[in-house]
Design a protein around this ligand. Structure first.
Ligand SMILES: [Fe+2]
Ligand SMILES: [Fe+2]
Length: 242
């Protein structure tokens, strides 16, 4: 079964390590009046993620299924989840909804979020931040849970290996190692370095998140603003130089 860790009150990290990729895949379940699953995980992980979510809530009550961008690990099992949870709606960027999600994947029209729009799930408030091409894809966005200052940061701070669920120590260095390694092989240019990169990451940093809930690797708890500013430097040095 997937490993479950409560990284903020009623915000659970559900993680499976896939050895062939040397990579963890995490989904985040928010247990609130309107439960939210952020990232579905790829379809191959659906049975494991379903079992983990079912240990935390009645899966039929799932209300929101959110994700940053249109890739298998972000939203691959969206339709399976929507079959299980009849009231559930996908929640993504307006671009994601219009360009891909409603046509290709969602069983019901998605909720397309505008930049800075807020989704209230009960006690929690998620501010949507449109972040085109960060980490990648036109439709990319991030969500900041404002009461606990948890940033659901998708592929940002990607780390390899089967690390600890939560850490207070350096994750930017680990991310740098992955980006440099990927640049040497078929996964090169994992994230683009473009005119939007630096300002977007620094905009996220200015929100001063306390918890950086990444999809791949350990969740970072600490000065999230500084970690993101350091990440912007790593992007410039590793990806900007490519
Ligand atoms: Fe991605
Ligand atoms: Fe990912």
């Amino acid at each position: 079964m997937a490993q479950i860790t409560e990284v903020a009150p009623d915000l659970f990290r559900i993680t499976t390590f896939l050895e062939p990729f040397n990579l963890q895949f995490s989904q985040f379940l928010v247990r609130d009046a309107q439960p939210l699953l952020y990232h579905t995980g790829p379809r191959m992980l659906f049975p494991a993620v379903k079992e983990a979510v079912a240990s935390l809530i009645d899966v039929r009550t799932l209300r929101w299924i959110g994700f940053s961008h249109f890739e298998a690990d972000e939203c691959g099992s969206l339709s399976e989840w929507q079959q299980l949870a009849p009231q559930s709606e996908a929640v993504c960027s307006v671009v994601g909804k219009l360009v891909s999600v409603d046509d290709c994947l969602a069983l019901r029209p998605a909720k397309g979020m505008a930049d800075n729009e807020v989704l209230q799930t009960g006690k929690y408030r998620f501010r949507f931040l449109a972040t085109p091409h960060v980490p990648h894809c036109w439709e990319a966005g991030h969500m900041l849970e404002e009461t606990q200052r948890t940033l659901l940061c998708s592929d940002l701070l990607h780390q390899a290996g089967n690390g600890e669920p939560v850490t207070h120590s350096d994750v930017v260095g680990r991310c740098r190692d992955v980006l440099m390694e990927y640049q040497q092989g078929p996964l090169a240019n994992y994230m683009p370095y473009c005119t939007l990169t630096d300002s977007t990451i620094n905009r996220l940093a200015a929100l001063q998140p306390r918890t950086l809930a990444t999809m791949h690797g350990s969740v970072y708890v600490g000065d999230g603003g500084q970690a993101l500013r350091d990440l912007a430097t790593v992007f410039r040095e590793v990806l900007g130089a490519a």
